[in-house]
Write a protein that binds this ligand. Structure first.
Ligand code: NAD
Length: 488
């Protein structure tokens, strides 16, 4: 893996890897070090390098210098790099999963699932690279030919969150490579190791120097603002909270930088009274508990129709009670730790507030003692005005509201500023489709708990974001159309 590496401390993770910044094909130190913690006990597992203005500028210079030649490379060449990266990620799935689990806290089944999901973006975009569409046709008036091609937008800043440190990075790196853009990746400070591992893997897959750079600024806000005001930067692809997305949209406005925004969610679930509970309970448990509930797609507000409510609540409580809380890498764990005490305490505060406002606790609801950032699986029965429904909980908490008519359920479900994903459960496909069409969200799952797929467009409406990642749309976040009108 090269000479410039550090071995991670800790008995469970001894794989050598880089823990520095990656600029112009070199692993380099910056202005200081940032500790990375194991959230299950608060111990430090690594120290990673931090970037100052000099390193951020150097990353821009490297990505800019590589941009022209990279944009001209043959699609097949870029496709084969992505294919190789996919194969490496699959071969190294267990190492990547362990790394994710160590720094993020999530249980190994979730971490393995993420490592595979992340690799699939490289496979999908390897296939997309050689299929970028174009257009050549006669104008309606017949006065010319309309020729439309799609060109790489150019130097892109990629900013990712801590909850899916591998998946959110490859969902951006894949299409950027496919389109022919150079890039600077800025991972979350809580989970930089997975990103560093993926960058190393891209180098081993044959990515030329300068195409992908990684920085972890010492002062994130001012550093990214400075980068967005550099005329060499052309595009911003951000995944994170709506709050930070809003700040970045304002920053990007000064130079009218193209933005793709994958923001927060507050997913609604509508369970009709004819739902098959043998399907609903396991699927909804997945939708709620994948990643311990720390997912933008996590089932956040559960609306169940009165006729089925009692049985549903009893079975959902049984399912939620079955999760085993513990260190992510322990084989028996199905509910790992949260990334930090700060994030765990946010969940606890939201639940305490909800209980104070009248929520009835079916299971969980009590913050555990100790140094680990744990929170138990929790089921709450709430009224439609309970404050918990206004928060993205980002944890293993299932607030349930009972409704009567379909219209009432739909109105309650849409009563949010967010619109990433909705879940609908019913045995009657016509009824389920009617509800799905009424959902104000970019994605709807019918009788299914997880629908994220690199081959499908992922993204939200309302304040959940702008643009789509994955599917046929994903590559277009890194391309711009050029129209040439030709007199013939
Ligand atoms: P966050 O917004 O706090 O941070 C996301 C990234 O932005 C991190 O890398 C962080 O360091 C960086 N950042 C923070 N302040 C910044 C600033 N002023 N300028 C530039 N960058 C800044 O989000 P988080 O807590 O890491 O992640 C959780 C959030 O991400 C949730 O709201 C979740 O819904 C959302 N999310 C959305 C999707 C999606 O696809 N829609 C996917 C995963 C997570």
């Amino acid at each position: 893996m090269g000479t410039n590496f550090t071995v991670l401390c800790g008995e469970r993770m001894l794989h050598p890897m880089h823990t520095q910044l990656y600029i112009d094909g070199q692993w380099v130190d910056g202005v200081g070090k940032l500790p990375v913690y194991d959230p299950s006990d608060g111990s430090v597992i690594a120290q990673v390098s931090l970037a100052g203005d000099r390193e951020c500028d150097a990353a821009i210079t490297a990505a800019d210098a590589a941009a022209k030649a990279w944009a001209k490379t043959a699609p097949r060449y870029r496709s084969e790099i992505l294919r190789k990266a996919f194969e490496l990620m699959i071969a190294e799935n267990e190492v990547i999963a362990t790394l994710i689990s160590r720094e993020n806290g999530k249980a190994m089944p979730d971490a393995r699932g993420e490592a595979t999901y992340a690799a699939e973006f490289f496979r999908w975009f390897a296939e997309e690279t050689v299929r970028t569409p174009g257009d050549f046709r006669k104008s309606p008036s017949g006065d010319k030919r309309i020729l439309v091609s799609h060109e790489p937008i150019g130097l892109s800043i990629l900013i990712t969150p801590w909850n899916f440190p591998a998946g959110m990075a490859t969902r951006k790196i894949g299409p950027a490579i496919a389109a022919g853009c150079t890039m600077i990746l800025k991972p979350a400070g809580e989970t930089p190791l997975t990103a560093m591992y993926i960058v190393d893997l891209m180098e081993r897959a044959g990515l030329p120097k300068g195409v992908l750079n990684l920085v972890l600024p010492e002062k994130t806000g001012p550093a990214i603002s400075r980068m967005l005001h550099d005329p060499r930067v052309k595009n911003l692809s951000f995944t994170g909270s709506t709050e930070v997305g809003r700040i970045l949209l304002k920053e990007a406005a000064d130079r009218v930088i193209r933005c793709s925004m994958e923001l927060g969610g507050n997913a609604q679930v509508v369970i009709h009274d004819d739902a098959d509970l043998a399907v609903t309970i396991p699927q909804l448990s997945l939708a709620k508990m994948r990643n311990g509930g720390a997912a933008c797609t996590s089932a956040n507000r559960i609306f169940v129709q009165r006729g089925i409510a009692e049985k549903f609540i009893s079975e959902m409580t049984k399912s939620m009670s079955s999760y085993v809380m513990g260190r992510g890498t322990d084989p028996s764990t199905t509910l790992g730790a949260y990334v930090s005490m700060k994030e765990r305490n946010k969940i606890a505060e939201i639940v305490d507030q909800s209980i104070a406002a009248g929520a009835k606790v079916e299971v969980g609801g009590v913050k555990p003692e100790g140094d680990g950032a744990f929170y138990p699986a929790t089921v709450l029965i709430v009224e439609k005005d309970n404050p918990i429904l206004g928060h993205e909980i980002f944890g293993p908490v299932a607030p349930i509201v009972i409704f009567d008519t379909d219209e009432e359920g739909i109105t309650m479900a849409n009563d949010t500023d967010f619109g990433l994903i909705s879940y609908v459960f019913s045995k009657d496909l016509t009824r389920a489709l009617r509800t799905a069409e009424a959902m104000e969200s970019g994605m709807v799952a019918i009788n299914k708990g997880v629908i994220s797929d690199p081959a499908a467009p992922f993204g939200g409406v309302k304040q959940s974001g702008l643009g789509r990642e994955g599917g046929f749309d994903g590559i277009h976040e890194f391309l711009q159309s050029k129209y040439i009108g030709v007199e013939i």
